[in-house]
Design a protein around this ligand. Structure first.
Ligand SMILES: Nc1ncnc2c1ncn2[C@@H]1O[C@H](COP(=O)(O)OP(=O)(O)OP(=O)(O)O)[C@@H](O)[C@H]1O
Ligand SMILES: [Mg+2]
Length: 303
C-alpha cells in the first residue's frame, strides 16, 4: 500500500473516489458543504511541514494502458522556484500538470499514489477543480493569449470568478508584476495578438497572476523566446517567487541554475518509464550530484 492507502496498481481516475486526508484548517478546496472526509486508511499520518506546498508520495501516472511515470516522491517548498529537468519524454510536463489537475481531461489518465497540496489530497472526491486552478495557475510553453485585448486577457479570470471590484487596479497590478505594464499601458485596448512572443508570454503570466494564485506552474515558458525575452522571464521568476511558489520545467540547465532553488532531475528507467532520479538544492544537483545518471545528464553525456 502507498502511504495514502492506494494499492500501487490501482490508478485513481479523476472521477474515482480516492483516499482522503485530514484537511488543513486554512484551506478549503471542497465544492460541497461538507469538508473532506477524514482518512481512515493512511498508515503514515500526514505531518505538514510549514513550508511544504505539495507533497508527492510514490506518484505514478498512466495514460490508458501506457505507464508514463512512476515513483515520484518529492516536496515542493513555499516561495521557492523548483525546476524540473530531464530528457524529452521523461514525464516533466505530466508531473507538472498533475499539480493542478490539468491532466484530468485526458482520456485514460490515471494517477497512483498520493499528491497533497497544503495537506489536502488533491485527488480526493469532492475537490473543486475550479478552486484548484484558482490557487494553482499555469503558463504553457507556447504563449496562448486569447484573441482579445490586452486588458481583457488579464481581466478574463477575475471577471469569471466574480472579482469585479477594482478591476482596473487588479489588471495594472498583474501587468506590473509581470514586468509588462510600461510596454502596454498606452495600448490596453489593442489586441494581445499584436504583442511580441516575449510580451505575449509575460501577458500569459500576468493573466495567471491576476487572480493572485498561490502557485505558478511554468512549462518551458521561455523555450520559444530569444535570449533577451528569456532573460526577462527569468528575472520575473526571480521576483515572483517572493510572492508565489513556482515550479518551472526547463530544458535549459543554465536557466535551472539561475532561477531554481531546488531541482528535480527526471529520466527514463530501464522500462522506459519516466521517474525521479534525484532531487536536491540546485547548487548540489549541479555541483555534486549523488547519482551517476544526473552527472551524465548535466555534463551532456546522456544517451
Ligand atoms: N496525452 C497523452 N496521452 C498519452 N501519452 C502521453 C500523453 N502526454 C504524454 N504522454 C506520454 O507520457 C510520457 C511523458 O510525457 P511528457 O510530455 O510528460 O514528457 P516531458 O518530459 O514533458 O517531455 P518534453 O521534454 O519533450 O516536453 C511520454 O511517453 C509521452 O508520450
Ligand atoms: Mg514537456
Amino acid at each position: 500500500m502507498t502511504p495514502s492507502g492506494t494499492p500501487p496498481e490501482a490508478a485513481r481516475s479523476p472521477t474515482q473516489a480516492g483516499p482522503a486526508t485530514t484537511p488543513s484548517p486554512r484551506l478549503r478546496l471542497s465544492s460541497g458543504a461538507a469538508s473532506y472526509p477524514v482518512s481512515q486508511a493512511s498508515d503514515r499520518p500526514w505531518r505538514p511541514a510549514a513550508d511544504v506546498v505539495f507533497c508527492a508520495e510514490e506518484v505514478g501516472v498512466s495514460y490508458g494502458a501506457k505507464r508514463a511515470v512512476r515513483n515520484i516522491t518529492l516536496d515542493i517548498h513555499r516561495n521557492e522556484a523548483t525546476a524540473f529537468i530531464g530528457p524529452s519524454g521523461c514525464g516533466k510536463t505530466t508531473v507538472l500538470r498533475c499539480l493542478n489537475r490539468m491532466n484530468d481531461s485526458i482520456p485514460g489518465f490515471g494517477l497512483y499514489g498520493s499528491l497533497r497540496y497544503h495537506g489536502h489530497d488533491l485527488y480526493a472526491p469532492g475537490v473543486n477543480r475550479v478552486e484548484v486552478r484558482r490557487r494553482i495557475g499555469m503558463v504553457f510553453q507556447k504563449p496562448n493569449p486569447f484573441p482579445k485585448s490586452i486588458f481583457d486577457n488579464v481581466a478574463w479570470a477575475p471577471r469569471n470568478l466574480g472579482m469585479k471590484a477594482d478591476l482596473d487596479e487588479r489588471v495594472e497590478r498583474a501587468l506590473r508584476a509581470a514586468a509588462l505594464w510600461d510596454e502596454v499601458k498606452d495600448r490596453l485596448k489593442a489586441s494581445a495578438l499584436g504583442l511580441s512572443g516575449g510580451q505575449q508570454q509575460r501577458l500569459c503570466i500576468a493573466r495567471a497572476i491576476a487572480i493572485e494564485p498561490d502557485v505558478l506552474l511554468l512549462d518551458e515558458p521561455a523555450s520559444a523566446l530569444d535570449p533577451i525575452a528569456t532573460a526577462s522571464i527569468e528575472e520575473l521568476v526571480h521576483d515572483l517567487k517572493t510572492r508565489y511558489t513556482i515550479v518551472i520545467v526547463t530544458h535549459n540547465m543554465q536557466q535551472a541554475m539561475r532561477v531554481a532553488d531546488r531541482t528535480a532531475f527526471f529520466s527514463l528507467d530501464r522500462d522506459q518509464i519516466g521517474t525521479l532520479i534525484e532531487y536536491d538544492r540546485t547548487e548540489r544537483i549541479f555541483s555534486q550530484p549523488a547519482d551517476q545518471r544526473t552527472r551524465d545528464y548535466i555534463t551532456g553525456r546522456f544517451g
